[in-house]
Ligand binder design. Structure first.
Ligand code: ATP
Ligand code: MG
Length: 568
């Protein structure tokens, strides 16, 4: 490929709409253009990278016995109604009607589609395990499409579904996929971490997210510097902190005028924040009020809370809804709320003694609250959000926190979908059983963006070689000089013949312009052909990542280029 023919309209200025670096750089490097919020056209450079990522994914899925298929993006509503997800999926689902007024959606995911496919074809345990996958566009009407390809409304996903005869088989398939994902992200040249994750609305028991490490990521992850524990902050388990033994005092009320935040209360009553109990009120999708209590210096983990009460969504409760439970906004307590109100108390709160909590009266708090004695009828569980320094649930070492981008996720699903959709098989004894499933997704377009979030500097993108749009660019310093251009052509042809994915920048632009574009687009290796090359055959190699240059003799440069690329 020659740059003079390459459709890569680079921009000098950073477009104002872009917030994160991958979005900015993909626009500037002429890789993508926006069609609508969260919907983009991929230009040739982006498409080359996407195809390379897809190819790595495809090879690893095939090596793990996955079989590639292509299911429809347009999906009939009835299969979603069978599992109940037509109602549950909500506004994130793009819904369309055909001319006969029948409902369809644009697939946000394919559990229903693949399970109904398999239920009609798989009869016997002899056909299992079965692993089917596809790589295609997915559609999700995200509330906040943003950060370019990171959170799109149309994006490319690889989704694989495993069908097994029993739980042991499912776990084997899960492990196979876990290993395949590890190879995919390693081969893509990314720094990543598999972390224990919440299963969310998809159901099932087991899940890991594959997180590409980057400061700009939306996922917070915790990891133990000593053992191999790592989890998303949503999932991170926490041990109950036992309060030291002390003599229990009787419950009393105390006036706390104007003290409607935990800090004000602690200040007013002169107690450490660790001796206070914080209340947060939520409403579920069914408008049911959920009162959550954590220690004053802790935060509520909304995902754990949602799982604890079996809700699909939680939002902050309105004051009127709180009052309807007998609670007082800003001064809530489990003591005295109406019977039947859902109260969830963090396990660490349950272990507190002589603490301060609201009293469901404006400007009044209880002191000497001992939840084990005073909070009868509450649901007690871990609903606390992890913080840096919390002890590792495995080994007790203080946890560290880092940020990342969820690029892939693997789940065990069990029989949730096969039961709902009656996808069964006959086992060795002729007994009918539901298929045992897992599902596994990789955001292909998000992985491209994540690679840029991880690899960039002030000049542009720094690609890992495996997924760079081109591995190398050959730049004649002055393409108007026939001797330079023909030498560059020769080098380009030699590199191509050696199997290097190379581009020739044959534009009659100034060298500075071509070097800037090469750095912006981020080809891992630049091969410069200048006057020295014509005079004495010296060919300069420059590594994008480090800026290191070396001069090679004509008989050496190719071997050197190959050796350098191996390391990039
Ligand atoms: P998120 O929590 O970021 O919304 P998710 O957990 O809903 O993602 P999955 O259903 O697990 O996503 O989808 C599998 C993969 O698809 C994700 O790991 C991610 O890489 C990618 N993905 C999900 N939503 C988007 C999106 N809106 N834009 C781009 N990629 C996405
Ligand atoms: Mg996910």
């Amino acid at each position: 490929m020659r740059t003079s023919q390459l459709y890569a309209p680079t921009l000098r200025e950073t477009p104002a709409e872009a917030e994160v670096v991958s979005h900015k750089l993909m626009l500037r490097a002429g890789m993508i253009r926006k069609a609508a919020g969260g919907v983009y056209t991929y230009l040739p450079l982006a498409w080359r990278t996407l195809r390379k990522i897809e190819q790595i994914v495809r090879e690893e899925m095939d090596a793990a016995d996955g079989q590639e298929i292509a299911m429809p993006i347009l999906q009939p509503a009835d299969i979603w109604q069978e599992t109940g997800r037509w109602a549950v999926y909500g506004e994130e689902m793009f819904r369309v009607k055909d001319r006969h007024d029948r409902d369809f959606c644009l697939g946000p995911t394919h559990e229903e589609m693949v399970t109904t496919l398999v239920r009609d074809e798989v009869r016997s345990y002899k056909q299992l395990p079965l692993l089917l996958y596809q790589i295609q566009n997915k559609y999700r009407d995200e509330i906040r499409p943003r950060f370019g390809l990171m959170r799109g409304r149309e994006f490319i996903m690889k989704d694989l579904y495993s069908f097994d005869k029993d739980e042991a088989g499912m776990n084997e398939s899960y492990q196979k996929m876990y290993d395949a994902y590890t190879r995919v992200f390693t081969r893509c040249g990314l720094k990543f971490r598999p972390v224990e994750a919440d299963n969310g609305a998809i159901g099932g028991a087991h899940s890991h997210e594959f997180t590409v490490l980057a400061e700009s990521g939306e996922s917070n992850i915790v990891y133990c510097p000593k053992c191999d524990y790592a989890a998303s902050d949503e999932k991170a388990e926490l041990k109950t902190i036992e309060a030291p033994a002390e003599e229990l005092r009787p419950l009393e009320k105390a006036a706390t005028p104007g003290a409607h935040t935990i800090e004000l209360v602690a200040d007013y009553l002169r107690v450490p924040v660790e001796k206070t109990i914080k209340a947060v009120a939520y409403q579920t999708e069914k408008d049911e009020v959920v009162l959550a209590f954590v220690r004053g210096d802790h935060e509520v983990n909304e995902v754990k809370l949602q799982n604890a009460v079996g809700a699909i969504a939680l939002r902050m409760a309105e004051d009127a809804a709180i009052r309807a439970t007998g609670g007082e906004p800003g001064f809530m307590s489990p003591i005295g709320v109406k019977e039947g109100t859902k109260v969830v108390v963090d396990a660490t709160v349950m272990a507190m003694k002589n603490a301060v909590a609201g009293a469901n009266e404006a400007d009044v708090h209880y002191i000497n609250v001992t939840p084990a004695r005073d909070f009868a009828g509450a649901l007690v569980t871990d609903i606390r959000l992890v913080k840096e320094g919390d002890p590792c649930p495995r080994c007790g070492e203080p946890l560290k926190m880092t940020r990342g981008i969820e690029a892939g996720q693997v789940f065990t699903l069990g029989t949730k979908y096969s039961e709902a959709l009656h996808a069964t098989f006959l086992d060795e004894n002729g007994k009918e059983k539901p298929l045992v499933m897992g599902c596994y997704g990789i955001g292909v377009s998000r992985t491209m963006a994540a690679a840029i979030e991880q690899g960039n500097d002030k000049d542009g993108i720094i690609w890992p070689r495996a997924i760079a749009p081109f591995e190398a660019v050959v730049v004649p310093v002055n393409a108007k000089e026939p001797a330079q251009l023909s030498l560059a052509e020769k080098v380009y042809e030699e590199m191509k013949a050696a199997g290097i994915d190379v581009l020739l920048d044959d534009r009659k632009e100034r060298a500075g312009v071509k070097f800037k574009d090469a750095d912006l687009i981020g080809y891992p290796l630049r091969v410069t052909i200048g006057p020295k090359a014509v005079e004495s055959g010296v060919i300069e190699l420059r590594v994008r990542r480090t800026g290191e240059k070396e001069e090679c003799r004509p008989e050496d440069y190719l071997a050197r280029a190959k050796a350098l690329l191996e390391t990039l």
